[in-house]
Design a protein around this ligand. Structure first.
Ligand code: ATP
Ligand code: LTN
Length: 335
């Protein structure tokens, strides 16, 4: 039986944080045994907002070392940098010619980012989901594990794939595999919320670092951030996303790093206050991140090894991507 293909990308913007880890990285590591996996670091997506060139380069190395520290195995999975595989930009252009202004204009991430970067609403930001569709369709991906915020982009990708498959229907196999999203429910990490404002998602390039626990945060900093996180009025410990979103978020994080169910955590804190829970959560989080941080520090000093992984990753990716690109070029009539 041939293995199904899984693909997922992260932008090398900001610093990797527990939302990225609990929402996707942890899922990737457990899924890499069963799927043929591609993990592009999507640097061309990151430059849709201004990046410092040196920082961007540094982050690519840092993210790869963190991927491996989190458990991704470069012998099993293809880890590469999106811009090393030019087929992504080429297919994105072709898909642009099949994407409608109206559908792109409805994307909530575009609206959010346009507000946050009002002085730089560039056309790359607008076409962002088209490039993302190219990332996915080039590899004939079956499964796309992402956080909840990417659901709308995946819907657009599926629509584009259907549109081209329909327009160029042949007797032979369709041009594109239709990808399925895999989004963990909120209580399993699909949407970790900001620590100071639990009505918005935790985001790795949030300008207020108090909102976010980064994977490389020191113990003291984690303690402080959790202690100061916004909880709700009242003192009873219970999981209620609607009325106690701050507490529900902390309980979700606690459950995911301790391996205990939310119910059992709620039970064990009956009669105890939020303060008690926060102290224990901070400790559990610090202990959970400790081995990962240690492994990161060992790996990050070996730039040569990271370069090798990226070179090999790009070669593997290019071979697969070119097959799809050639099929599309041929189908739409490019000589
Ligand atoms: P940025 O703030 O730089 O836009 P981000 O934190 O949203 O970044 P991305 O690179 O856009 O991170 O996303 C990487 C992956 O992590 C995506 O699959 C995304 O859905 C997931 N993700 C991002 N934030 C969260 C979160 N708060 N909870 C769960 N998953 C998340
Ligand atoms: N758009 C995503 C990052 C991303 C991605 C992808 C995710 C780019 N290409 C392909 C899954 C599959 C984001 O902003 N989080």
């Amino acid at each position: 039986m041939t293995q199904k293909t899984l693909l997922s990308g992260i932008q090398p913007s900001g610093k990797l944080m527990i939302g990225n880890y609990l929402g996707v990285l942890k899922q990737w590591t457990s899924m890499q045994e069963d799927y043929r996996c591609f993990f592009p670091l999507v640097d061309l997506h990151a430059i849709t907002v201004r990046q410092d060139p040196n920082l961007l380069r540094e982050r690519c190395y840092q993210f790869v070392a963190l991927y491996i520290a989190c458990g991704l195995n470069p012998q099993k999975s293809t880890i590469f940098i999106q811009s090393h595989v030019p087929q992504h930009s080429e297919l994105a252009w072709l898909l642009n010619c099949f994407s409608y202004m109206g559908e792109l204009n409805r994307m909530t991430q575009f609206k959010d980012k346009s507000q946050r970067h009002a002085n730089n609403i560039n056309s790359g930001l607008f076409g962002y989901p088209v490039l993302m569709s190219a990332d996915i369709l080039l590899y004939q991906s079956d499964l796309i594990p992402v956080g909840e915020d990417q659901k709308q982009h995946l819907e657009l990708c599926r629509n584009l794939a259907h549109r081209l498959n329909h327009e160029y229907a042949t007797e032979k196999s369709p041009l594109f595999t239709i990808p399925e999203p895999y989004i963990p429910p909120k209580s399993s990490g699909g949407r970790i919320m900001s620590l100071q404002d639990p009505s918005v998602k935790m985001s790795k390039s949030d300008s207020n670092e108090q909102n976010v626990v980064f994977l490389l945060d020191e113990a003291k900093s984690i303690e402080k951030k959790i202690k100061r996180s916004v909880t709700d009025s009242g003192s009873e410990i219970l999981y209620d996303e609607k009325n106690k979103p701050g507490l529900a978020n902390l309980l979700t994080i606690f459950s995911l790093v301790s391996g205990n169910t939310i119910e059992s955590i709620v039970d064990s804190y009956q009669g105890k206050g939020y303060g008690h829970l926060k102290v224990d959560l901070a400790e559990a989080l610090i202990e959970h991140l400790r081995p990962l941080q240690e492994r990161y520090h060992e790996l990050s000093s070996d730039r040569g090894e990271i370069d090798n992984i990226l070179k090999k990753g790009a070669e593997t990716a290019k071979n697969v991507a070119q097959k799809t690109l050639s099929a599309v070029q041929n189908t739409i009539g490019l000589v």
